[in-house]
Design a protein. Structure first.
Lengths: 275, 312
């Protein structure tokens, strides 16, 4: 049997140095894969356009078509609406993570990645980081659309940015959830079909577009105990003013908890692929 | 024979009820080219996937460069390159971007990845197309890029999974030249193919697999010799004539195979036996309209093996 001496890195500082090298490699690989995913998305702009068109249509629908019939005491409806739109935008955006990974599974890029000496985490990390960057872009566009439709963020820029921070954090956590789905389904259309109804359920039972008090009790019970609702409430507290700390903590707890849970799940699925 | 760079013992892998590999053994000497030959579904891709660490075997053991493909997968990945039907390049990146990305992910430094990318683009004749998106490449260009991507970190072992399936002859021959160059420079190559001609042209050693097991193994020359030295084709243009000839030859101790108005006779002795064949026909059957002698191809070997016994 012939053996190959795999050149080992200089381990002058022993294990600590090796661990640092591994972390540096993981970050560098994640950045490279994220860059590839962003380039790929920019070169297939249809997906990005559709990801933006849907929330724009919702702004127009709810602001101009339904908005006149919805009365939320004490606020302009468009100021009530936009936090819901932001949440909806990143929630549907997370479906893109599933679609992207399942596309990589279908084309065979994932097979190549799995045979490279790259950091294992970089495939998932690079995908979710790229989707985070895309979310930042789409949320910025939606903020602009909101302002054009009369949104004024009454509590000022600080509240708005804090709210958008929560939105993006939630979107990132959700991306990891859909990463697991994408790794399981090697058909992007099927991945999308599986993901969209779930998002619909979460968004439309939350207070994203109408106050939960307008819903029957059984629906409220579900609708007010799920992460999209928590996010929308925290955003409104930050954007409209009021006691924000409690709602913000609940939303952060949801996002943090889901992130840990989903990331562990996705990493496990990725590690077990090919068994 | 030098020492084995790739070794597999009793590899087993099932997908649900389907047994893709059923106790496969392989040994590929360092610096040689092994042709893994078999029809669709015989387990070629499964074998490559396991050796290239993207699939875990259910049973058995395999090493590449002395490293276990399951327990030392991370180290195996530093010495292997994989190209072929199921390992892809990114259609939405340019050829150059693909190579730089994969170079980086193969643990090359930024500068080194750039330099290697240009070297390989040049070597595979892709420099002119390097700035174009791969989705606009022809099938042949894509395959060459795919092979280039597997070579960035100068792997000691290269796996090529059906590298020329679906390619036009010109692209195929160009790829063969690349494989020969790699073998000459000391790279150990494991190549799967459905084309017997390809294994014949490239492989030092051929392993024929069928239903997840090794059906036969040897050098292309050995396999052909085992099968016979020559194959005679006799064409009679009329079926009755061929039937009469078949009967005449069979009674003379030959084992002809009839296909329509033609007969095929495998000869262990070689071309000299043709005279005896023709003498056996004399007066018992019409003269053939044409007689052809050819060397046995791996197709002959392969068909005889997978049809389970009766050759020619």
């Amino acid at each position: 049997m012939s053996t190959i001496a795999v050149e080992s890195r200089p381990v002058a500082g022993g294990r600590v140095a090796a661990a640092w090298t591994a972390v540096a490699d993981a970050i560098s690989d994640t950045a490279d894969v994220a860059w590839r995913n962003l380039l790929t998305q920019l070169r297939t702009p249809q997906a990005l356009v559709f990801a933006t068109i849907q929330p724009v249509i919702f702004v127009l629908l709810f602001r101009y078509a339904f908005g006149g019939a919805i009365h939320v005491p004490g606020v302009n409806y468009v100021d009530f609406l936009m936090p819901g739109i932001f949440a909806q935008t990143v929630a549907f955006g997370a479906v893109g993570t599933a679609v992207g990974l399942s596309g990589d599974l279908r084309t065979g890029i994932l097979v190549r990645f799995r045979t490279l000496p790259m950091a294992r985490i970089a495939v998932l990390g690079g995908r979710t980081v790229a989707d985070l960057a895309r979310n930042l872009l789409v949320v910025a566009v939606m903020t602009g659309i909101g302002f054009a439709a009369g949104f004024r963020s009454p509590h000022g820029a600080g509240g708005l940015f804090a709210a958008l921070g929560l939105v993006v954090a939630f979107g990132y956590a959700l991306s990891w959830g859909f990463a697991s789905l994408g790794l399981r389904v090697s058909d992007p259309e099927a991945a999308q079909a599986a993901a969209v109804p779930l998002i619909f359920l979460l968004v439309f039972t939350s207070a994203a577009f109408v106050p939960s008090t307008a819903m029957p009790g059984w629906l409220q019970a579900f609708g007010t105990h799920q992460p999209v609702d928590a996010l929308v409430n925290a955003e409104r507290a930050l954007i409209l003013g009021g006691q924000a700390a409690h709602d913000v903590l609940i939303s952060l707890a949801w996002s943090g908890g889901l992130l840990v849970l989903f990331a562990l799940l996705a990493v496990r699925i990725y590690a077990r692929m090919g068994r | 024979m030098s020492e084995a760079m790739i070794e597999a013992h009793g590899l087993r892998k099932a997908f649900g009820q389907v047994r893709a590999l059923d106790g496969l053994d392989l040994a590929v000497p360092a610096g040689s080219v092994l042709g893994l030959l078999g029809p669709n579904g015989s387990g070629k891709t499964t074998t490559v996937s396991i050796l290239a660490t993207s699939l875990r075997p259910d049973g058995g053991r395999a090493t590449v460069g002395g490293l276990d493909v399951v327990t030392e997968a991370a180290r195996v990945r530093r010495v292997i390159g994989l190209a072929g039907q199921f390992a892809a390049v990114d259609p939405n990146l340019t050829g150059r971007e693909n190579l730089r990305l994969i170079g980086r992910l193969s643990r090359l430094g930024r500068v080194q990845a750039r330099v290697r990318a240009e070297e390989l683009l040049d070597r595979f004749g892709l420099t002119a197309a390097a700035g174009r998106l791969v989705r606009g490449y022809s099938g042949g260009m894509r395959r060459r890029l795919d092979v280039a991507a597997a070579l960035l970190h100068r792997p000691a072992v290269l796996f090529l999974d059906e590298p020329t399936t679906g390619l036009d002859p010109e692209s195929r021959f160009a790829l063969w030249d690349s494989v020969r160059d790699l073998a000459r420079s000391g790279t150990t190559v494991l190549l799967t193919t459905q084309y017997l001609e390809e294994a014949d042209a490239l492989a030092d050693q051929v392993v024929i697999i069928s239903a997840g097991r090794v059906a036969d193994t040897g050098t292309p020359a050995e396999l052909k010799a085992r099968f016979g030295m020559a194959v005679f084709h006799l064409d009679f243009s009329r079926q009755e004539a061929a039937e009469a000839a078949h009967a005449a030859l069979a009674s003379a101790g030959y084992r002809p195979r009839r296909a329509g108005a033609g007969l095929q006779i495998r000869s262990v002795a070689g071309t000299g036996e043709l005279a005896g064949v023709l003498r056996a026909l004399d007066g018992r059957a019409p003269d053939p309209v044409s007689v052809a002698v050819r060397e046995p191809t791996l197709d002959d070997v392969f068909l005889s093996l997978t049809r389970g016994g009766e050759a020619a």
